[in-house]
Design a protein around this ligand. Structure first.
Ligand SMILES: *Cc1c(COP(=O)(O)O)cnc(C)c1O
Length: 359
């Protein structure tokens, strides 16, 4: 299926001076571009009314299904400005596929992959002036909400798919600072059969209390354990996790209840390219503590689209704290980070054809 987008440029876009001022120090997620993509779904009619238009409020009835039963899914990807002035997307097809899986799990209408990608590309083209230079990027947030006006509990018969764009600065000025993480023993994130493997807002709602507990303990982020044995490392609130050992091998928790990160998948592929063994295996918090103490564990890092790679410097829990690689950013994490970022910005070859040039 293919939908034609009706492109309606904003009648009063942000003046250039104002935009340039906003792009100087955009931070994360508070500044937005001038336009949005929007596509509607109605049962019986399918996807329709695809538009690129001025960013504006949605009219939403107070009985709109999403407000009551939380049928909501989202994605996150970035547009990167190349040195030649062109613009890259990184694996947008993978986001489109994951969005379909999320829709399936949440009993929502599945958006065709080509419509997802077209919406993202059209928005990037019209708002290209909002892509910061240097190490900044334009963060793209595709999402879908259930919009049927009905309080009965059932899958909604109507949906709104939209994409908004937010310029973001380099996540870390002057290289990534190692983060400290808090091991959540009171709260879990996901169980088998649940929604841990899909990108739905509800997962985040349920993680915020644990994240607040991490902050209360002076940590940056929370890491969750499995819901059954409460032993095996799963992932952070919004990032996957990797471990690097003294024999050069790596380990990351297996898919199932964790979110299948595109950064995670890309890291596994890049490491395999360079002959490094990456095991997708369960790893317990006790083993982590032991391996950190014995020196068998060299590095640990978190990964995701927003921050790319965040080295983990310290782990805190109710049973005491321990440091990793002396609390500093390790060479494997930093090397991988550079490799990924260089591919994203088109500064090096792209052996897996991950880059989609939009401009
Ligand atoms: C989005 C997300 C990630 C990272 O996925 P990427 O595709 O690498 O950005 C990891 N964990 C959770 C819970 C997420 O929502």
């Amino acid at each position: 299926m293919s939908l034609k987008f009706d492109i309606r440029p904003s009648a009063n876009p942000t003046p250039e001076k104002e935009r340039e001022a906003k792009l100087e120090n955009p931070g994360f997620g508070r500044i937005f571009s001038d336009h949005m993509a929007i596509v509607r779904y109605t049962q019986g009619q399918g996807w329709h009314s695809a538009r690129i238009e001025s960013r504006a409020n949605f009219p939403l009835d107070p009985a709109g299904a999403v407000l009551h039963y939380a049928q909501e899914i989202f994605e996150g990807l970035k547009a990167y400005r190349r040195d030649d002035g062109g613009v890259n997307l990184f694996r947008p097809d993978a986001n489109a596929r994951r969005f379909q899986n999320s829709a399936e799990r949440m009993a929502m209408a599945k958006l065709p992959e080509d419509v997802f990608i077209e919406a993202v590309e059209q928005l990037v083209r019209i708002d290209r002036a909002w892509i910061p230079g240097g190490e900044g990027s334009l963060y793209l947030r595709p999402f879908m909400i259930a919009s049927e006006v009905f309080l009965g509990v059932k899958p909604s018969a109507e949906y709104i798919f939209s994409v908004i764009a937010s310029p973001v600065g380099s996540y870390f000025k002057g290289g990534p600072a190692p983060v400290s993480i808090w091991v959540s023993e009171n709260y879990t994130r996901a169980a088998i059969g649940g929604t841990g493997a899909v990108k739905c807002g509800g997962n985040y709602a349920a993680s915020l209390r644990a994240q607040a507990e991490a902050i209360d303990h002076g940590c940056d982020q929370v890491v969750f354990l499995d819901a059954i044995e409460r032993r095996y490392i799963e992932e952070l609130g919004g990032m996957n996790i990797f471990f690097v050992f003294d024999d050069g091998s790596m380990l990351t928790p297996p898919l199932g209840t964790i979110l299948p990160g595109i950064t995670r998948d890309s890291i596994i592929a890049l490491m395999k390219d360079s002959g490094v063994r990456v095991r997708e295996e369960a790893y317990s918090i006790d083993q982590w503590r032991k391996d950190a103490a014995s020196g068998k564990l060299k590095e640990a890092f978190a990964c995701g689209t927003a921050a790319v790679i965040s080295p983990i410097g310290k782990v805190c829990s109710a049973n005491g704290d321990f440091a990793i690689s002396g609390g500093a950013a390790g060479p494997v994490a930093m090397g991988l980070r550079k490799k990924l970022v260089d591919i994203q910005y088109g500064r090096t070859n792209d052996p897996h054809n991950w880059i989609k040039k939009v401009l």
